[in-house]
Design a protein around this ligand. Structure first.
Ligand code: FAD
Ligand code: N01
Length: 553
């Protein structure tokens, strides 16, 4: 398709593909698409590569899929030459890795940094996208791929008076590059999801006083992070391709110990011993101790009780311990957190917890957070208040066709996609780890690599067929959406007011957004659909049915 490139200025050149975003997904897209001969331009709002790992620089930020697995598998040379230092890599280490990838594969020259895309309009007559940036310039391409991230649009809390606060205030996902000095400061953290739980123990060590404002307590398991032993790394490197293939063939894209035994029917002492073993080992492997924890309320309660008992054991003040125990949603139904010393941090004399369910925040003033029970004077505020996940970054861009179809309208009742990869009504637009795919329920690097390879192969196929357009068939999409919903409703996940269902964003439709059927099942389905001639996709649908049938055969 590179031959579609028209001569002219860089600005006016018709590209094959525009990719928005330069995180794990955008970087790999650029590499693959370039390798397949597509003229590709990546556009990125940040000043460098990294995505999540560029923006989330808060203290304690690290991955919770083990580093040896939370990395690209596409290049054997890359995985041999890079050595992870810790079991769960820190943000600076992951960012350094992605910068290394950008240099190693000469990617930066294909990326326009400091550029936010504000709109993308598909002209139905010419089958060309016009992508416009905040600065007002436009680029044209035949295909547009959104690698904008599932957890990339931060949510600021709508608390009265927040704009009046005179101290330093930072959202975890918009952390200053130069860092933040908490020394001797009275700090407030609002939010106790994964970001808050990672940041709180680190901030507590530096601040003179830390007050945590918690609305919903989180289930958290210990990371047991440690330096990676050289022999373990060598073992992985010797066997990387087989390990990666095995991971792709699991439910979550991670080589956990997946139990095939239900908790119900297992004697209580055996269960306790198994939970203890996994607790000591650390990480989200805990949730795979029994195969009914995500589906059976009684089984789930057993795991939840175990974690609540750990909180009671760890936190010395019984009232604080009680406030820290989640009681009103199943464990795992909100994304489980992985921590280093989180609960023990509340035993420090300089740390206190404000339970917002008992005493909600009433307003923020120039130097204090006021709650129903009093006034907390602070110098700094950390907002660990999360993201408009899965749809936020996509809907922040005005995506539409020249005929007036908009993504916003199509997704008014919640996101609708076919396989999470395309959405009916908007041709030649691809999503990476979109809603309706395993995405945030999986090792996202595994899912990203899959989607990138799938999309690249698809564009190559379209080129070979001489096809101009492709989009999801509305009927196939309806069936997929129904399937995604049906799978979710058979689990305990929709029981929590989580960001998985959009509950953290006022007015967002309550739909369980990711596909919960597993990475293995999803990737198999995607392969079968390709083998069946891209079943459920409309290729050059505007042409006559006969011409279309010829193109597809
Ligand atoms: P991102 O890394 O989010 O990159 C998207 C990029 O698109 C961003 O750089 C953004 O600036 C850019 N962008 C968005 N909109 C626009 C626009 N309009 N114009 C221009 N640019 C735009 N996942 C795991 O599987 N395991 C983990 O352990 C894990 N840990 C995480 C820890 C944190 C703190 C967070 C926040 C997320 C974590 N995740 C984890 C999820 C993580 O987001 C993914 O693993 C992965 O990094 C996503 O890569 P991506 O390229 O799809 O998106
Ligand atoms: O965001 P969250 P996050 N007043 O939405 C609270 C990934 N990640 O950034 O639950 C008071 O989980 C909110 O309370 P409630 C991972 O996928 C991974 O922590 O809405 N509180 C909640 O406590 C994760 O799930 C890692 O009642 C307010 C918190 O803020 C996802 O990113 C690390 C409030 C938000 O928690 C998001 O995590 C970091 C208000 N007005 C992130 N508004 C790893 O370890 C919100 N809250 C891999």
């Amino acid at each position: 398709m590179a031959n579609a490139t028209a001569p002219g200025t860089d600005q006016n050149r018709l590209r094959d593909v525009i990719v928005v975003g330069a995180g794990f997904a955008g970087l790999y897209l650029l590499h693959r698409l370039r390798g397949a001969g597509f003229d590709t331009q990546v556009i990125e709002a940040g000043s460098d590569v990294g995505g999540t790992w560029y923006w989330n620089r808060y203290p304690g930020a690290r991955c919770d899929v083990e580093s040896l697995e939370y990395s690209y598998s596409f290049s054997e040379d890359l995985q041999q030459e890079w050595s992870w230092r810790e079991r769960f890599a820190t943000q600076p280490e992951i960012l350094a890795y992605l910068q290394h990838v950008a240099e190693r594969f000469d990617l930066r020259r294909g990326i326009r940094f400091n550029t936010r895309v504000t709109s993308a309009v598909f002209d139905e007559a010419s089958a060309i996208w016009t992508v416009t940036t905040e600065a007002g310039d436009s680029l044209k391409a035949r295909f547009c791929i959104m690698a904008t991230g599932s957890i990339s649009a931060p949510r600021l809390p709508d608390i009265p008076g927040i704009g009046d606060f005179r101290g330093e205030m930072h959202h975890t996902s918009r952390w200053p590059k130069e860092g933040v000095d908490f020394t001797g400061k009275r700090v407030a953290v609002i939010g106790t999801g994964s970001s808050g739980i990672q940041a709180i123990p680190c901030i507590a060590e530096a601040a003179s006083q830390l007050t945590v404002f918690q609305r919903t307590p989180a289930f958290s398991v210990p990371a047991r992070n440690a330096p990676l032993a050289a022999d373990l790394v060598a073992q992985w490197k010797a066997d990387y391709p087989a390990k990666r293939a095995a991971a792709r063939n699991t439910r979550s894209g991670v080589l956990h110990e997946y139990s095939s035994t239900p908790a119900i029917g297992t004697p209580a002492p055996v269960r306790t011993a198994e939970f203890e073993r996994r607790w000591v080992k650390g990480g989200t492997n805990f949730l795979y101790a029994y195969n009914d924890l995500g589906k059976n309320e009684e089984a789930n309660a057993v795991a939840a009780d175990f974690v609540r008992a750990k909180i009671a054991e760890t936190v010395t003040d019984p009232r604080t311990a009680r406030s820290l125990m989640p009681t009103d949603y199943p464990i795992g139904a909100k994304r489980i957190c992985v921590d280093s010393n989180y609960f023990a941090t509340y035993n420090r004399p300089n740390v206190s917890l404000v339970d917002l369910r008992e005493t909600p925040i009433t307003r923020i003033t120039g130097n204090a957070i006021e709650t129903a029970s009093g006034r907390h004077e602070i110098d700094m505020m950390v907002l660990a208040t999360g993201f408009d996940a899965m749809t936020g970054a996509l809907l922040a861009i005005d995506i539409r066709t020249s005929g007036g179809t908009t993504l916003k309208d199509l997704w008014q009742g919640g996101p609708r996609t076919y396989l999470g990869l395309m959405t009916a009504g908007i041709p030649n637009l691809f999503l990476v780890t979109g809603p309706g795919s395993p995405s945030v329920l999986s090792n996202m690097v595994v899912s990203i690599e899959h989607d990138v390879a799938w999309i690249t192969a698809c564009l190559t196929e379209l080129q070979a067929r001489g096809a101009q357009t492709m989009q999801a068939d509305p009927d196939a999409q309806d069936s997929w959406v129904a399937h995604v919903n049906e799978l979710a409703s058979g689990t305990l996940y929709p029981r929590a007011s989580s960001w998985y269902v959009g509950a953290n964003v006022p007015g967002k439709p309550r739909v369980f957004m990711p596909y919960i059927g597993g990475v293995d099942a999803y990737q198999r389905t995607c392969r079968e659909i390709v083998d069946a001639g891209y079943r459920g996709f409309l290729i050059d649908a505007a042409r006559s049915p006969a011409a279309n049938a010829r193109a597809v055969s």
